[in-house]
Write a protein that binds this ligand. Structure first.
Ligand code: C2E
Ligand code: CA
Ligand code: CA
Length: 700
């Protein structure tokens, strides 16, 4: 998907908020600790920890929230550098250097505009952080592409970091000077005054109580700013007495009343996000959204919602814009209506902003009616957030499915040399490691099962089945068998998985035998890596004995798609297995590394022609020629030739004419669960007296 510039920016900003989550959580915890509205809390902490704890929590807040703007500029700049497309002929921008440049630019702007004030590094400078974080990499890239900026660059023979650092230095200097110039210009602009507001309230009051409009406007300003990641409360503080009643003043319908907004609108923090949290619990049964909701419970009770705003995130997330404006607005109107109708008394008492909703409603009204109003507000905001939370969760599930699918492709991708996806340092690696851990957990649980696909001979009778792994992941649903097997191979889990498959297939076969299906041969896939295990023959013998099977009932399919490791150990294993009477089949013959070579090493009983050859047999004469060669070889060596991926009757006819003996594919049946397979086999198994050859064309 190609993103335009502003989409790219928005995604990078959101990702940066998420990347800074550790800072947010650390800061939130400190704010919570320092502001718990429990009587005697701070005295108790002082007794426990000494007087230093207050300074310590303040220090944590300053070191986390207090540098958020600066950190945002750096992280955003490097995120954008990483994501920006690299035009043909240009060099990519090193994210590390883009981050360093943004740090310098942020500080340069501060030095020009406010003087080196440490308070300006934090949440107050969020907007600055975003602006610098976007402008820096854009500017750097444009500058660095110019020949005149490259005079310091070393040759490409130097160490890469050295090369990039020298290449970018002139551009970084110019970008820094530009940042200072812009800051100078902005400082020179006249500051916006709030004097013009003074006529507003009286004018409105002439035809209605001004608190309706003023409260709505204040709520919208607060929400809009927070949505952009800017601390709206600080801006409200500056709006002054023309809009808000003076601190400590009683409710006055001619002005907006801060305590009403704080206690009846911002339930759970800005955006009335307590409702969002509840909505998330309702729509997300599992996954990251539910985790975020769980983590938000404690802070949200105390009206601290940075985790939701920057973690979910809400900030700059277009899917949340509407309810983030609407829910608080609706709550403001609900509360104003209740107050104007005289339903809730309002006391003029100071309630700390961290007081939990419901309790604060009681404190500020001295009545259960305040509690009821807040409960109604919580319900209303939940209802408003609900459809949006549902959409966001549905979108998450969709993108999770997409990510899983492309990761699956990457996990099984076989290049010249297979590279384990478990070691990758990207989304594929993350998903691969997660799936791997889940697979290890699920072996032996009902999430893993075998399906069985019938094989038919020329007469149409079912003569065998192939056992195929089926993994139904508890959260993601069915996972491709080759993905599970490749992960197990990459992560050294294949012996455990293989042992389970072996035992499960033998156990099923024993059950089927009791139903009269002992003539059906059970084929089990074995990874080449399992062949290295010196225990394999003993394991196999144990399984056969335990389930009272005769060796001739079992066939091992050795896939050719991985190179079969060479070596005496493998050959010894295979020799022992064949000596036991278990037969071997060479799977995916014709596409692998050294099919013919292997035939010299292993005494195989059957060859399974690779599906890509049989699939194209009707349309590609070369495939037909290759198959004819394989079947001629099979006849000469008395090796059975199996065709898989047989999907149509014409295809089977062509394959039979080319000399294939056994057919497997959707034409006959897809892989079936054990019980269904038994029914199928009972209907299609050869009758003992049935010796007449039926022409292939009359089969299905
Ligand atoms: P395979 O051994 O070549 O298995 C044949 C695959 O083709 C199976 O995919 C089967 O479901 C699919 N198939 C069957 N008939 C048709 C058809 O008519 N058309 C098409 N297009 N496909 C058909 P599945 O079950 O997804 O397994 C994929 C691969 O995973 C297997 O390829 C095998 O290499 C591996 N695998 C599966 N189960 C096991 C296992 O228990 N152990 C090991 N080591 N590998 C396994
Ligand atoms: Ca197979
Ligand atoms: Ca195969």
């Amino acid at each position: 998907m190609l993103l335009n510039r502003s989409q790219l920016w928005a995604i990078a900003v959101r990702d940066s908020f998420v990347a800074l989550l550790p800072l947010t959580i650390f800061g939130t915890a400190a704010v919570l600790l320092g502001n718990l509205p429990i009587p005697g809390w701070s005295e108790w902490l002082t007794r426990l920890l000494g007087t230093g704890w207050q300074a310590a929590t303040q220090g944590v807040v300053q070191g986390t929230y207090g540098i958020f703007g600066l950190a945002l500029a750096m992280v955003l700049s490097s995120q954008l550098a990483r994501r920006m497309p690299v035009p043909q002929g240009e060099e990519p921008l090193l994210p590390l250097l883009a981050g360093i440049s943004a740090m310098a630019n942020f500080m340069l702007v501060l030095v020009v505009s406010e003087g080196p004030d440490i308070a300006a590094l934090g949440h107050a400078s969020m907007l600055l952080g975003i602006a610098v974080g976007i402008a820096t990499p854009e500017l750097l890239r444009a500058l660095a592409a110019r020949r005149s900026m490259r005079w310091m660059a070393l040759g490409y023979e130097s160490a890469p970091l050295f090369y990039h650092a020298t290449r970018l230095t002139p551009a970084m200097v110019v970008a820094g000077l530009a940042a200072m110039l812009v800051a100078e210009a902005v400082v020179a602009l006249p500051a916006p005054g709030t004097q013009w507001l003074s006529g507003l309230a009286p004018a409105i009051n002439r035809w209605m109580d001004a608190d309706w409009l003023l409260t709505s406007a204040a709520v919208l300003i607060n929400q809009g700013l927070w949505f952009a990641g800017i601390h709206g409360g600080k801006v409200l503080d500056q709006l002054g007495p023309q809009v808000f009643g003076a601190p400590g003043a009683a409710f006055d319908p001619a002005l907006a009343w801060r305590p009403l907004i704080d206690n009846f609108v911002l339930l759970g923090g800005t955006g009335a996000t307590l409702g969002l949290m509840v909505a998330l619990f309702i729509v997300a049964r599992e996954g990251p959204h539910r985790r975020v909701a769980q983590m938000s419970v404690l802070p949200s009770i105390f009206n601290i919602n940075e985790l939701l705003i920057f973690g979910l995130p809400i900030a700059l997330n277009p899917m949340f814009l509407l309810p983030f404006l609407l829910a608080p607005l609706a709550l403001a109107w609900l509360s104003l209506a209740a107050v104007h109708a005289g339903l809730v008394p309002l006391h003029n008492v100071a309630v700390p902003w961290t007081t939990p909703p419901l309790l604060s409603g009681y404190l500020i009204t001295g009545s259960w009616r305040g509690v009821a109003l807040q409960a109604a507000g919580l319900l209303l905001s939940t209802l408003i957030y609900l459809p949006f939370a549902r959409r966001v969760e549905a979108q998450r599930l969709r993108s999770q499915a997409d990510a899983l699918q492309s990761a699956s492709e990457a996990i099984v991708a076989q290049g010249q040399r297979h590279v384990s996806s478990l070691r990758r340092n990207d989304e594929v690696g993350l998903i691969a490691r997660g799936l791997f851990a889940d697979l290890a957990r699920d072996i032996g649980s009902p999430a893993l099962a075998l399906a069985f696909q019938p094989k038919h001979d020329r007469s149409g009778a079912a003569v065998g089945v192939e056992a195929l792994l089926r993994w139904t992941h508890p959260r993601h649903g069915p996972i491709r068998a080759d993905v599970a097997v490749t992960l197990a191979e990459d992560g050294d889990l294949i012996r455990r998985l293989g042992a389970w498959v072996l035992d499960e297939a033998c156990a099923r076969k024993a059950q089927w035998n009791a139903l009269g299906l002992s003539r059906i041969r059970m084929a089990i896939n074995v990874s080449p890596l399992q062949l290295l295990d010196p225990q394999l023959p003993a394991q196999l013998a144990f399984c056969l004995a335990q389930h009272r099977l005769s060796p001739g009932e079992i066939e091992l399919e050795i896939t050719e798609s991985h190179a079969v490791p060479a070596g005496q150990g493998v050959d010894d294993n295979l020799g022992q297995i064949v000596a036991m009477g278990v037969t071997l089949a060479m799977d995916d013959f014709g596409m692998g590394y050294s099919s013919l070579l292997h035939l010299r090493r292993f005494p195989v009983h059957a060859i399974k022609i690779d599906g890509s050859l049989t699939r194209d047999v009707l349309h590609n004469p070369i495939c037909g020629d290759i198959i004819a060669t394989i079947t001629a070889f099979g006849r000469a060596q008395q090796v059975e030739v199996v065709a898989e991926f047989v999907e149509t009757a014409e295809q089977q006819e062509a394959l039979a004419a080319l000399g294939c003996d056994v057919f497997q594919g959707y034409l006959h049946s897809a892989p079936l669960p054990s019980a269904a397979c038994v029914d199928y086999l009972l209907a299609h198994a050869p009758r003992v007296d049935d010796t007449v050859e039926v022409p292939v064309s009359g089969l299905t």
